[in-house]
Design a protein around this ligand. Structure first.
Ligand SMILES: [Zn+2]
Ligand SMILES: [Zn+2]
Length: 544
């Protein structure tokens, strides 16, 4: 007991006197080097990608430094367990100091996409004899797309754990614009005792195959930069899994699932909520309810032109639905304060549940009032609405997953957990339209929890999306189908990540008779499909 008392005393002293940073991340120390060539339209895109990798490293509780590659100083990588170079800008000069260190270091080095030729083809570094593979070519689209050949093809399929992961491609035949990131570095293994092809990519139109992820001891090469055009079946997921191996942090195979009932506010259908609650409760599946504390329709769009607002105290149906659910495995996630902005259409109706709250989506910029204190004021107002009515949220979810940088950072002051996808900006007050050195916004889906992201948030994942029906005759903004089978397929993909979550959300209004969709049947099919894949259901309150 005496020893224990002394240890506790020492611990308390450390707690009192150490700087907060001393108790921060305990995972590997990592360095991200990114391309930032001055005075170009894409100067800051590399930083956007660096933020995305930094977020994934937050899953490993890593202490991450992000540095423009031109600022690398000799010997720097020796201070890190792993160094990642993101080659996002073609022929951006890579400092000789970095390549010389990489060639002689035993620390983990991961090189993505471009500019490997500066390292691999310079005899100074003895690349091929050291690593047992070589860079043979850079490849993009097989041909330029034309109106008669809109999909010329490229290395667009990455096979991992028996599933074909995709790279996005879209061609607009009216403008000729291609939305894709087809470039890859082709490598060939020359000494199989040194290098292994861990993941293959293929070019279905030509029948070619090539390594996608090559490992040679401490050196890894990834043929592209898997942060562009990501989606739930994208090759991005391959990286999220392989990062465990790159870092030597092998989390156990574990597959959890989460379901969230979305946009639940004052006008929610109690009948729909009871049906969903009863189904989940009967299966003892815990669930979240993304709750909007304060309903506003300032233009009266859904109220015959008469402005309407409903504070929680008057939201009788909402409270009935919540009270019914909370004793049957439901818990509240706070989803905005009003889930709309001011008395203007941002972008749809100005009505709670429809519009953006923490981002001016019409002008694609922060709202006029955007600041830490403005966002905090709204968070606290929403919390007060909930608390005064006896409710406590277990996590925060930003409306439409899009808030300003300041709003996202401010959320950490009041919410220990968030549960969402996130948009990140390369500046707190981004200039997204500058001709030179403009800022970028990058949206990110997570397959697993992120202990701390770039904004300081803990992020619990929503990885699969939601069921959508084409009901454009009733609601012009709902004009496509995304089926329960689509989401179940996404779940199969996320299961390739060793600790990937199958996490989706669902709008209770799909059960309302006037919508005329098989919402409840499809919801049940999806829940049982995910259960049958071997996932175990959980909720934010049960997660650390
Ligand atoms: Zn993990
Ligand atoms: Zn919403």
């Amino acid at each position: 007991m005496k020893t224990l008392g002394r240890l506790l005393g020492a611990w308390l002293l450390a707690m009192l006197f150490a700087s907060p940073g001393a108790f921060a991340q305990t995972g590997p120390r990592t360095l991200i080097l990114y391309d930032a060539p001055p005075n170009t339209a894409y100067t800051k895109l590399g930083f956007g990608y660096a933020i995305m990798l930094r977020n994934l490293l937050g899953h490993f509780d890593s202490k991450v430094d992000m540095v423009p590659v031109q600022n690398y100083t000799a010997g720097q990588l020796s201070g890190y367990d792993a160094t990642f170079y993101l080659g996002s800008y073609y022929d951006n000069p890579v400092p000789a100091a970095f390549m010389a260190d990489a060639a002689s270091s035993s620390k983990t080095i991961v090189w993505f996409k471009y500019n490997l030729w500066q390292f691999a083809w310079d005899p100074t570094y003895g690349f091929q004899s050291r690593y047992g593979f070589n860079l043979t070519a850079l490849r993009g689209l097989n041909a330029a797309p034309t109106s008669s050949n809109t999909t010329p093809g490229f290395f667009d399929t990455i096979t991992y754990k028996s599933l074909p992961f995709v790279k996005y491609y879209a061609y607009d035949s009216s403008t000729g614009a291609v939305n894709a990131d087809p470039d890859v570095g082709l490598t060939a293994i020359t000494d199989a005792t040194k290098a292994q092809n861990l993941v293959s990519m293929s070019n279905p139109k030509t029948g070619e195959q090539a390594p996608y992820v090559v490992r040679s001891g401490n050196f890894w090469y990834v043929a592209d930069l898997p942060f562009s055009y990501i989606g739930p079946r994208d090759r991005y997921l391959v990286l999220t899994d392989i990062l465990h191996d790159m870092l030597g942090v092998n989390h156990a195979e574990s597959h959890k699932a989460m379901v969230r009932l979305e946009d639940v506010g004052a006008l929610v259908s109690v009948t729909a909520m009871k049906s969903l609650t009863d189904y989940l409760y009967q299966l003892r599946i815990p669930f979240s309810i993304a709750t909007i504390p304060y309903y506003k329709d300032p233009l009266g769009v859904y109220n015959s032109g008469v402005p309407m607002q409903v504070p929680m105290s008057q939201a009788t149906n909402l409270k009935r639905a919540l009270n019914y659910a909370l004793v049957r495995g439901g818990e509240i996630v706070m989803h905005g304060y009003t889930h709309q902005y001011s008395n203007v259409r941002n972008r749809y109706t100005a009505v709670s549940g429809d519009d953006y709250e923490f981002w001016d989506i019409v002008n694609n910029q922060p709202v006029a009032e955007d600041s830490t204190s403005w966002a905090l004021g709204r968070y606290r107002a929403g919390l007060l609405e909930l608390n005064l009515n006896g409710y406590r949220p277990t996590a925060w979810e930003t409306p439409h997953y899009q808030g300003s940088a300041l709003a996202s950072k401010a959320s950490t002051q009041v919410f220990p957990k968030t549960y969402q996808r996130v948009v990140y900006y390369t500046a707190d007050k981004p200039n997204l339209t500058a001709a030179v050195e403009k800022d970028f916004a990058v949206g990110q889906i997570f397959p697993y929890p992120i202990q701390t992201d770039y904004y300081g948030q803990k992020v619990l994942p929503e990885s699969l999306g939601n069921i959508e029906y084409d009901i454009h005759l009733i609601d012009p903004t709902s004009s496509y189908n995304y089926t329960w089978q689509d989401i179940l397929t996404n779940a199969q993909y996320v299961k390739t990540v060793r600790d990937g979550y199958a996490s989706f959300f669902f709008h209770p209004f799909w059960l309302e008779p006037q919508v005329g969709t098989p919402g409840l049947a499809d919801f049940k099919s999806l829940i049982s499909g995910i259960s049958n894949l071997g996932f175990t259901w959980t909720v934010p309150s049960q997660l650390p």
